[in-house]
Structures are given as structure tokens and as C-alpha cells.
Design a protein around this ligand. Structure first.
Ligand code: 6PG
Length: 473
């Protein structure tokens, strides 16, 4: 089944011809690379190559793993686009006996970075290289230019760089791909990308809920507003597509499509991993956690339906702030959500010795990926200057933006609370902003409570050492 290409000529192999694997293989072929392809279900392979049209000349199909491996130039580069978890471990077991020193295998799925670290260490013992690579942009991104977050060794990056820089999205000619650090760095950065994606999507949905439920706006009118916002500082892929989907009509009924979609959101795990890893690292990515929680509660449709007539809202409806306030509130929440994501990245970089380059991460997210936005260009710029105390939200340009938008976020959250409309991400963003700008918080009382019941001790403001209180137990 070798399509006429001399053995050993393919520059890269793609295993897994599902949506993302096919799109990446076609992108590589389109850019002139010779790509060996194969798939677990071998009957897909011929269909894929037949449908590739003129690009088939750059695709070498194989129906056995051995032939696929033998069809690659050495040292080999093999990209796996298969389900994460056990299938990847099984694949590693099957392919490693066929590989040689210096070969690289890449997992391009949304894998848990702990698995990636384990696999990297395991393959390193056999002088093989394992790359965890985050790929963002969905099917169309994969086909025409994704953003890619690459982990692994320098050796693998040297092999991969020419291919990935060519097939990636470009932001003003700058390829949206880079080698971000060793072992699990690429998958971790992709995980946090997805966490930010969750928070951003939920914040947009909360603004939609306010317009729909507090001011009775029809879907198309909200969509038109988002489309208009996409020409301003909120410009981003997610605001753009939100505008489009809100203006779409169901061809069968003539009803706005979103009005017919059940309000139960799925999730595959990356948002949840971000929140979990943040907590493990001593952080709290509260906007991301709020977005993950909102999806979980959305799934409890039956409970919510039963609870609605039983739990009195006791609201005090007030008028919705104007659309300029809503726009600014969304901007503030977006800045704070991104800042939390970058804090998680910094904490992980310190913990795992990745030396993550924050401006570069912001740069490779400016095009191709799902969270691409003009804000990311501003964040990259802010990161390039010395950040006061290493904090993005203290960068002069970011502070100035928060200064002009936080009042709006406060008004919008206050209105949502008065009206009984849940805005978990908007309110988490505001609560974090208020926590981080409060020099003297309230945990002195927590310390006193801990000392009372557990003799944990506390530090005093006026002298050094560990102290206990004069509690009257
Ligand atoms: C991307 C997306 C993509 C996908 C995830 C998250 O960057 O292209 O993040 O990886 O949307 O599968 O999806 P869930 O919402 O299903 O968790």
C-alpha cells in the first residue's frame, strides 16, 4: 500500500486519521512535506488518501505499524493523534520495539501532563524522545494553521521545528509555535490554555444571560452586540463566534438556534485539570474553577428544574448597566482570568523547572488557537517589560486597563446579584481582584480560630516568632 514513495523518504508520520490527525496531515502535505499516514482502523486510510485529491502525492499510506515506521526517514518523527490515556500507553508499548535511538514520538492530544512526564522519563531510558504537544484551533486550525505548544527535549525540537513553524498559524509572520520546556511543559501550557478558554467562554455566556434574562434581549440582538464588540478591545475568536452563533436561525423552525439548545455543557477534563493543578500548586484559579463548576451545575438539569419553583429568589431587580459597562466588565473579567492562568503557569514553571517564557506563550496564543485575541498581544507586550513584583496585573498598561473597567465589573456583578442571575466567573474575577488588592485581609481571624482549636500558632504583626493566643477555652 506504499503510494510509490521510496522507503525512508517521509519526513514525518501521522498515526490517527480522526478529525485532528487528518487535518494536520493534510496541512503538512499542503506545505510540501512528505507524510507517512496510518490508522488503527485501516479501512479509513484509503478513504483519507482518496479524499486528499492532489495532496495525495505527499501522503504515503501504510496499513501496518512496521511498514509505517520503516517508511520514515531517520531519526524518525511520529505524531500520534489518538485518544489520550490508555490508548497512548498501549501505542507506546507497540511502537517502541520498532524504533531506534534518537527517534521522537509526539502525543498531539489533550493529555494530562503528569502522564506526559511519566512517558518522557520512560522513553528517555530507551534513548527515545517523547514530546507532549498541545494543539489548539480545532479542525480548521489544524488544517490551515494551529497554535502549538511543544514540550520535550532540544533534540526533538530541532527535528520538529522546520515542520511545525511551517504549518503553524502566523501572527504578523511570527509562527505561533515554540518549544516551551522539557517533558510535560507543552501539555501543561495547553491545559491552562483550555482553562482560560473555559473562563472566557463562561464570562461571555454570563453577559448573554444578563441581557437575555434581566433585559429580555432576543438572541440575534445580543449576537449583533457581540459582533460590534469584536471590532473593539474585546476582539477575539470567542467573541466573534459568540456573535455568529447567537445570530444563527434553526432552518427547521425559524427559531434562534441557541434558544433550542439544551443548557447542559460537556467537558473533557482540561479545564478541571487546570483548577486541580492550580490548587496543588498553592494557587487558586478561581475564574477557571468557577467556569468548570458552572458546566458541572449545568449538567444537573433535573435538579435545577425541580428547584426553580421551590427556592424563592427574593431578588431586588435593578436596571442592567448600559452596554458600555457590560463590555468593560467582560474586558476586566477576561484580563483577570488570563492573569490567573499565567500565575498557574508561573507556579508550575517554578515547580517543574520549565523556565516557561511567559511573553512567548502569550505570543504563540495570538493566532491559531481558540483564545486568540488582541488582549494577548497586549499581555505579551506587558510581559516583555519588567513586571512589578512579577505580577501581570501590576504592569502599568494592565493596571490602567483594570482602572477603567473594574468599576463596570462591580456594577454588573452587583446588578446580577440583585436580579438573582448567576455570574460565577464575573464574580470570581471581582472577588480575586478585591482580595489581591487588599493589604490587610481577614485571615488574622482564621489564624486565631486555628490556634484556638488546634494550637497551630500564628505570627504577630508587632514581633517575630510563633505565638499562641490567650484564648479562654
Ligand atoms: C482547542 C480546544 C480543544 C477543545 C478541547 C476542550 O484549543 O482547540 O481547547 O482542545 O475544545 O477539547 O474541550 P471541552 O470543552 O470538551 O473540555
Amino acid at each position: 500500500m506504499n503510494g510509490g514513495i521510496t522507503m525512508g523518504q517521509a519526513q514525518i508520520g501521522v498515526y490517527g486519521l480522526g478529525t485532528m490527525g487528518s487535518a494536520l496531515a493534510l496541512n503538512m502535505a499542503d506545505n510540501g512535506f512528505q507524510v507517512a499516514v496510518t490508522n488503527r482502523e485501516t479501512d479509513w486510510i484509503k478513504t483519507f488518501v482518496d479524499e486528499a485529491g492532489p495532496l495525495a502525492k505527499n501522503l504515503t499510506p501504510h496499513d501496518s505499524l512496521t511498514a509505517f515506521v520503516q517508511g520514515l526517514a531517520t531519526p524518525r518523527v511520529i505524531l500520534f493523534m489518538i485518544p489520550s490515556g490508555r490508548p497512548m500507553d498501549m501505542m507506546i508499548d507497540s511502537i517502541t520495539p520498532l524504533l531506534d535511538t534518537g527517534d521522537t514520538i509526539i502525543d498531539g492530544g489533550n493529555a494530562n501532563f503528569h502522564d506526559t512526564r511519566r512517558r518522557s522519563a520512560m522513553l528517555a531510558e530507551q534513548d527515545l524522545h517523547f514530546v507532549g504537544m498541545g494543539v489548539s484551533g480545532g479542525e480548521s486550525g489544524a488544517r490551515s494553521g494551529p497554535s502549538m505548544m511543544v514540550g520535550g527535549t532540544d533534540h526533538s525540537w530541532t527535528q520538529l521545528k522546520p515542520i511545525l513553524q511551517t504549518i503553524s498559524a502566523k501572527f504578523e509572520d511570527d509562527p505561533c509555535v515554540d518549544h516551551l520546556g522539557s517533558d510535560g511543559a507543552g501539555h501543561f501550557v495547553k491545559t491552562v490554555h483550555n482553562g482560560i478558554e473555559y473562563a472566557d467562554m463562561q464570562a461571555i455566556a454570563e453577559i448573554y444571560a444578563l441581557l437575555r434574562d434581566a433585559d429580555s434581549w432576543p438572541a440575534a440582538k445580543i449576537g449583533a452586540l457581540f459582533t460590534q464588540w469584536n471590532d473593539g478591545p474585546l476582539r477575539s475568536y470567542l467573541v466573534e463566534i459568540s456573535g455568529k452563533v447567537l445570530q444563527a436561525t434553526d432552518p427547521e423552525t425559524g427559531t434562534p438556534m441557541v434558544d433550542l439548545i439544551r443548557d447542559k455543557a460537556g467537558q473533557k477534563g482540561t479545564g478541571r485539570w487546570t483548577a486541580i493543578e492550580a490548587l496543588i500548586l498553592g494557587q487558586s484559579a478561581s475564574t477557571i474553577e468557577a467556569a468548570v463548576g458552572a458546566r458541572s451545575w449545568s449538567s444537573e438539569k433535573t435538579t435545577r428544574t425541580s428547584a426553580q419553583p421551590l427556592l424563592a429568589a427574593n431578588t431586588n431587580p435593578t436596571d442592567l448597566p448600559d452596554t458600555d459597562d457590560l463590555q468593560a466588565a467582560l474586558m476586566a473579567a477576561r484580563i483577570l482570568g488570563h492573569a490567573q492562568g499565567f500565575r498557574v503557569l508561573q507556579a508550575a514553571s517554578d515547580e517543574y523547572d520549565w523556565s516557561l517564557n511567559m511573553p512567548r506563550i502569550a505570543e504563540i496564543w495570538r493566532a491559531g488557537c481558540i483564545i486568540r485575541s488582541t488582549l494577548l498581544d497586549d499581555l505579551a507586550e506587558a510581559f516583555r517589560d519588567d513586571l512589578p513584583h512579577g505580577e501581570l496585573i501590576l504592569a502599568p498598561t494592565i493596571r490602567a486597563r483594570l482602572d477603567t473597567s473594574i468599576g463596570a465589573l462591580r456594577r454588573v456583578v452587583a446588578t446580577a446579584i440583585s436580579c438573582g442571575i448567576p455570574v460565577p466567573v464575573l464574580s470570581a474575577a471581582l472577588a480575586w481582584f478585591d482580595s489581591i488588592r487588599t493589604a490587610r485581609g481577614s485571615t488574622n481571624l482564621i489564624q486565631a480560630q486555628r490556634d484556638f482549636f488546634g494550637e497551630h500558632g500564628f505570627q504577630r504583626c508587632d514581633k517575630d516568632g510563633n505565638h499562641h493566643g490567650p484564648w479562654n477555652r
